[in-house]
Design a protein around this ligand. Structure first.
Ligand code: DAK
Length: 261
């Protein structure tokens, strides 16, 4: 891979978009490599992913404006579909994905972070949807995911004005869960990922699915989605072990890692 790095640390996979000379902007090659990287994640061992950008300046400075500038209408649609397919793959990826936003997250950069389950950022992070200033609409789900995350009023203001916001404002509106000094961001992301990875994997996956699918349904259907995914955990070895461990009154006993079975 030329633009996407992947490393596994214990049960955590770290994907780094690495196209620093263009502030990690998303061109077709980056999108293709991201797609292939996700397909290659070993779900038997990896229980949580972190997505970040190379360097200390930018997470992802958007879709590649140079590549987009010459697109025809049909090519624009194809490029949008390529991005949307990868972003959707991330959003419904079976295990949780944490975006560690280490700088600019503009346009497609803000959008890819919103396809992740959780966003944390460095104190120099900048978020925004600058597309209307370029004569286009957000094309990788920004009009949809931003409104769902921060509410339609704030989303419309950000999108219509194309104004960038800094980390503290992103925290205030709920776009990110926490802000860290740049040098502490990855350690915080890895700590959170390890905290997720130590829990029962089938249960964590089912929680992700229940939240995602439930948010797209009315409450009556959403509750049924939850019921089914709750029921699905029973008779797993991890459920039996987790409950037996709680019920065992032997305080000396050390909890074993969950088996993903
Ligand atoms: N694309 C391509 N190159 C980029 C880039 C981008 N988005 N952002 C930065 N670069 C490149 C710069 O051109 C420069 O390259 P060289 O001149 O060195 O060759 C290098 O990265 C360093 O950038 P700057 O020199 O500009 O660095 P500064 O610190 O001065 O400024 C900045 C940093 C992030 C404020 C600035 O680079 C900037 O404003 N960048 C553009 C941010 C932006 O507007 N992003 C949104 C892109 S629009 C759709 C599909 C997708 C989308 C829409 C529709 N469909 C097909 C439906 C998504 C659209 C977007 O994401």
């Amino acid at each position: 891979m030329e633009f996407v790095l992947y490393e596994v640390k214990g049960q955590v996979g770290i994907i780094t978009i690495s196209r620093e000379k263009a502030l990690n902007a998303l061109n077709s090659a980056v999108l293709d490599e991201l797609d292939k990287t996700l397909d290659a994640v070993d779900l038997d061992t990896v229980r949580c992913l972190i997505l970040t950008g190379a360097g200390q300046k930018s997470f992802v400075a958007g879709a590649d404006i140079g590549e987009m500038s010459t697109l025809t209408k049909a090519e624009g649609e194809a490029f949008g579909k390529k991005g949307n397919d990868v972003f959707r793959k991330l959003e419904v990826f079976p295990i949780p994905v944490i975006a560690a936003v280490n700088g600019f997250a503009l346009g497609g950069g803000c959008e890819i972070s919103m396809s992740c389950d959780i966003r944390i950022c460095s104190d120099n992070a900048v978020f925004g949807q600058p597309e209307v200033g370029l004569g286009i609409t957000p094309g990788f789900g920004g009009t949809q995911r931003l409104a769902r995350l921060v509410g339609p009023g704030i989303a419309k203001q950000m999108i219509y004005t194309a104004r960038n916001i800094k980390a503290d404002e992103a925290l205030r509106i709920g776009l990110v869960n926490a802000v860290y000094p740049q040098e502490e961001l990855m350690a915080a992301a890895e700590k959170m990922a390890a905290g997720i990875a130590k829990n029962a994997p089938i249960a964590v996956r089912n929680c992700k699915k229940a939240i995602n699918d439930g948010l797209e349904a009315g409450m009556d259907d959403a509750i049924v989605i939850e019921e089914k995914l709750f029921g699905d955990c029973f008779e797993t070895e991890d459920q039996k072990y987790g409950m037996a461990f709680f019920l065992d009154k032997n305080k000396e006993k050390v909890k074993e890692p969950f088996q993903n079975k």
